[in-house]
Design a protein around this ligand. Structure first.
Ligand SMILES: O=C(O)CCC(=O)C(=O)O
Ligand SMILES: [Fe+2]
Length: 216
């Protein structure tokens, strides 16, 4: 194990255990402050025009739908050191979950998101049953000193009827949320201040005869 996986070994165990027992995990202080600060700096260096209104649905049916979501996004690559560290962290978590839970996670994609004051994302699921696309969702918050009265919580609901609220998650810097993409409807409530985060998804490889999805 390298330093990185030693550092996060306990966190990865806690997440794996939560996913196994209840399908979701909320970890406060999961990532070091220096990393969440550096990620926020990377996000803020995008000119506002470089963050694009997010779409709804699969990439090939990309429709921007302001009635459903009002965030703007930019996909993450390893162009800054902080983004590289985030991708390394996500890769290590992927390996750990594959080893411990046999999830067969194959690829990872993630984007920065900015919710301006008043912006929201109505209740949705990140993947549709049977489509075997997004298997596991990850959200990391980048907001220092978030106060409860500022709103902006993510509300996680149960899939079963009657729908129950499982938890309200305050978007405080360092909090990491991981959940099975098909199983948990969730929403983002409007906030009174700018709200910054990263949302990511692990996919399984669903390639069939000659068609690779997602691209290897
Ligand atoms: O920012 C959040 O709390 C969740 C975002 C989300 O649900 C999504 O991007 O699919
Ligand atoms: Fe979502």
């Amino acid at each position: 194990m390298d330093d990185f996986s030693v550092k996060f070994a306990r966190l990865f165990d806690l997440i794996a255990n939560d996913i196994k027992t209840c399908g979701y995990s909320v970890q406060t202080g999961a990532l070091p402050v220096e990393l969440t600060e550096a990620l926020l700096t990377s996000l803020l260096t995008f000119q506002s025009g470089q963050l694009k209104p997010a779409g709804v649905g699969r990439a090939d049916q990309h429709i921007s739908n302001a009635a459903i979501r009002r965030d703007t996004i930019a996909w993450i690559d390893s162009s800054t050191g902080a983004q590289g560290e985030w991708l390394k962290f996500s890769g290590q978590l992927q390996q750990h979950l594959n080893r411990t839970l046999m999830l067969g996670l194959f690829s990872f994609e993630s984007h920065f998101a900015h919710y301006a004051p008043g912006a929201f994302y109505k209740t949705h699921v990140d993947a549709f049953k049977g489509q075997a696309n997004r298997v596991l969702s990850v959200v990391l918050y980048l907001n220092e000193n978030w106060r409860l009265e500022e709103g902006g919580e993510m509300v996680l609901y149960s899939d079963a009827q009657p729908v129950q609220t499982l938890c309200n998650i305050v978007p405080q810097a360092g909090t990491l949320v991981v959940f099975l993409s098909e199983d948990f409807p969730h929403e983002v409530l409007p906030a009174t201040r700018d709200r910054y985060s990263i949302a990511g998804w692990y996919r399984v490889n669903t390639s069939t005869s000659g068609r690779v999805d997602p691209p290897a």
